[in-house]
Design a protein around this ligand. Sequence first.
Ligand code: FPP
Length: 270
Amino acid sequence: MPLLPHPAWHWLFVGRLSPLVIRQILMGAEPHLPPGVRHVAVIMDGNGRWAQQQGLPRLEGHRRGARSVREVVRAARQLGLSALTLYAFSEQNWERPLEEVQGLMQLLHDYVIDERREILDNGIRLQAIGNISRLPEYVLRPLASLMAESAANQGMVLSLALSYGGRESLADAMQKLAQEVATGTLDPAAIGEDDLTAALKTAGLPQVDLLIRTSGEQRTSNFLLWESTHAQFYATSVLWPDFGKAELLAALGAYHAEPSAQPLGRDADV
Ligand code: FPP
């Protein structure tokens, strides 16, 4: 179903709003993105702790986490973000117990199937970053198919980081460049930042403006190392299954644009 703007009352439950958002509510307007925010990335953490607090199995935490994914994607699209990147499964996550890995794969499969219409109807382009060849066939097939179906969409790029590692993706990009050097299509002396940017699976996205991590941790955990060099980091103690539209707005409300922010791949002052 296409996303329709909510009436102003919808926002009244939202806590910790910035003056900008409060002003928009009072004026009866839908909250806007703060100037300068195009790309938000999220390290979704705390599913296990959420489940533990509720006396539920870990997998139930991931299930509730998948619900937060749906809500945040919908909110991001409504707000007009250009790009949303979610850390859904790291390379290290393969080392978790088999039952948990299988449960996460099933949730990914269900997400891609259930959200197909929502993604297509709302102009979202779905892409996966990471070593997706490691995903089981029953996940990879519908994922690849929705990526292809949504490839021409212009509304928002939703990137799911799957079997992802920031260092691994940099090594991958460097291999690509090395191959071009080996075949004589790239002069090693001419390699610059833009070449590396273009060789990453995030090529074409704006640099990350806001990097959110839930559950109180303050580490970047090998996520978007190159792409978030100038991102503002926002850590919240809210566990991912409790993170929704209100929390996304709170994170956006805390954003302060970096005056020297440059597009990804260009030199920026530090
Ligand atoms: C971290 O919680 C979260 C993950 C390892 C996976 C994130 C997965 C989802 C949100 C659900 C499925 C995703 C999609 C896109 C449908 P944790 O288990 O490390 O929590 P803990 O640190 O409290 O143990």
